[in-house]
Write a protein that binds this ligand. Structure first.
Ligand code: NAD
Length: 493
């Protein structure tokens, strides 16, 4: 594979269909901006139904032979791909840092996470456990094995581009499916880079394709096409509902990994220094562009002012920019930036919130792109719009709570149920909290975010529809169980 470095962006980032880079059939493209400078970085092929059709046709044609390939061989291809990613960590990390607008140290860490996931999933090729069980019928054995689902449509967000690709591509391919991915329009090149790596590792053409472009034009046709057996989506609740409705109508399997409004509870017995450090990381790392970011900080009244002082002090020291000594970069695009600023202004003007920090765009010689200052609000009612909706940016709010009972009530009184964290010195409080939180992930004395390749991630209510990725639980998304009975006749021995 030719080295593709961030500085040599192609003029147009193309689709990847049937093992080749191709332009859109209509030869159209859209601009892609650099989040750090706001300038046009490149253009992206503008996919439409005709491009999606071509990718689906290639997937349908090749999927049976990929499914018939021994799973250990499939896993070896995925392991080789992971080795290539590992050997080119710097190259892909530079691409991600540039197109997503983040410090290189952050994109390197994300590349590391994608690599770990790759090795974990490749290892599943030699496990891939089914079940053996009993049968009520004499002389009959009963086993349960996995089979591929078929053709998968994978639609992803831009926040951690390479892990987002890896979370879906690795398990989908391991399980013997062909897949068509619709990368986020803001991070097209990292996905294309990965598709080229898969080919270099030996993946047959057509098994993994990419259609670039806008969600309504390049994503929706995947959702609507009856040849796509499974839709797996990471993104916003609104689009998730659309996918569930449309793909659900034809009874396709639908896996949704959606948003969060993740609470972090600070008890009166917490180590406040430590808790404030984790709260800062939860709220502001990756510019708050995490489904699991800590956007509601619930603090026991008796330590509210003390915690607020420490937290504010730490947040004020955060360095905004993309150099390696910076703590957070820009948000991904201008639309998101404007939406965040409007929502914060409304929270203050309409809902009576007090702005403790930020609430504005950072613009100067070194920050010409989509920078939002770390923003902290208080005096916001738990029922206010901003307490109940996600902003996906470096914005958090502080809420006083009387005690653990009230905190747990507020944690659970939310449209979302992705992650929840508590800071306490009491194992009793921590255990009670972990047991009663209605969320997919609980963190004790740590951040609201953080996931490992072998652990399931996902949430309740508007955070998803019950599936979990990654972990071995991801295999349940990308495979179907098959029950096999074998009857034998002792008379014929
Ligand atoms: P988004 O829903 O706007 O876009 C996500 C993807 O869906 C993009 O590729 C987009 O082009 C595509 N899309 C948009 N409209 C579509 C349509 N009508 N049909 C098909 N595809 C369409 O989300 P976003 O704002 O880019 O991403 C942020 C969201 O993602 C947040 O809500 C965040 O919490 C969520 N997220 C969730 C997880 C998780 O694991 N739960 C992880 C990361 C991000």
């Amino acid at each position: 594979m030719d080295r593709l470095v961030a500085m040599d962006y192609p003029q147009v980032v193309l689709h990847w269909i049937d093992g080749k880079e191709v332009p859109s059939q209509a030869n159209e493209s859209i601009p892609k901006h650099d989040p750090h400078t706001g300038e046009i970085l490149t253009r992206v092929a503008r996919g439409r139904k005709a491009d999606v059709d071509a990718a689906i046709a290639a997937a349908v044609a090749v999927q049976p032979s990929w499914a018939a390939t021994n799973i250990v061989e499939r896993a070896q291809i995925l392991r080789r791909a992971t080795q290539i990613v590992e050997s080119r960590t710097e190259e892909i990390s530079e691409i991600v840092a540039k197109e997503a607008g983040k410090p290189l140290k952050d994109s390197r860490a994300e590349t590391g996470a994608a690599i770990e996931l790759g090795y974990f999933m490749a290892g599943e090729g030699r496990r891939y456990y089914g079940m053996t069980t009993t049968s009520a019928m004499p002389n009959r054995s009963a086993i349960i094995v996995r089979q591929p689902v078929g053709v998968c449509g994978l639609i992803i967000a831009a926040n951690t581009p390479l892990p987002n690709v890896a979370w879906k591509a690795y398990p989908a391919l391991l399980c013997g499916n062909a897949a068509i991915m619709k990368p986020a329009e803001d991070t097209p090149l990292s996905a294309l880079w990965f598709a080229r790596v898969l080919k270099e590792a030996g993946l047959p053409d057509g098994v993994f394709s990419l259609v670039q472009g806008l969600g309504v034009e390049a994503g929706a046709p995947l959702v609507e096409d009856h040849r796509v057996d499974l839709l797996s989506f990471t993104g916003s609740v609104g689009v998730g509902r659309f996918i569930q409705r449309v793909a659900g109508e034809r009874l396709a399997k639908v896996c949704l990994e959606l948003g969060g409004k993740n609470p972090l509870v600070i008890c009166d017995d917490a180590n406040l220094e430590d808790a404030a450090r984790w709260a800062v990381v939860s709220a502001f790392s990756n510019a708050g562009q995490r489904c699991a970011s800590g956007s509601r900080i619930l603090i026991f009244e008796s330590v509210y002012e003390e915690f607020k002082g420490i937290f504010l002090e730490k947040a004020k020291r955060l360095k905004v920019g993309i150099a390696d000594d910076c703590d957070l970069g820009p948000v991904i695009n201008e639309r998101q930036l404007n939406n965040m600023l409007v929502k914060v202004r409304e929270a203050v003007a309409r809902d009576g919130a007090t702005l403790l920090l930020g609430g504005e765009r950072v613009v100067d010689q070194d920050h010409r792109g989509y920078y939002v200052a770390p923003t902290i609000l208080e005096n916001l009612s738990p029922q206010a719009v901003l307490s109940r909706s996600e902003l996906f940016g470096p914005i958090t709010a502080l809420y006083p709570v009387r005690d653990l009972e009230e905190a747990i009530g507020m944690v659970n009184d939310s449209p979302f149920g992705l992650t929840a964290a508590i800071h306490t010195a009491s194992i009793h409080r921590a255990q009670l909290f972990a047991g009663r939180c209605r969320s997919g992930v609980v963190s004790i004395n740590g951040p609201t975010h953080g996931s490992e390749p072998h652990m399931p991630f996902g949430g309740l209510r508007d955070s998803g529809n019950g599936w979990r990725e990654p972990g071995t639980q991801a295999l349940d998304v990308y495979s179907e169980w098959k029950a096999i009975y074998t009857r034998f006749d002792p008379e014929q021995v």
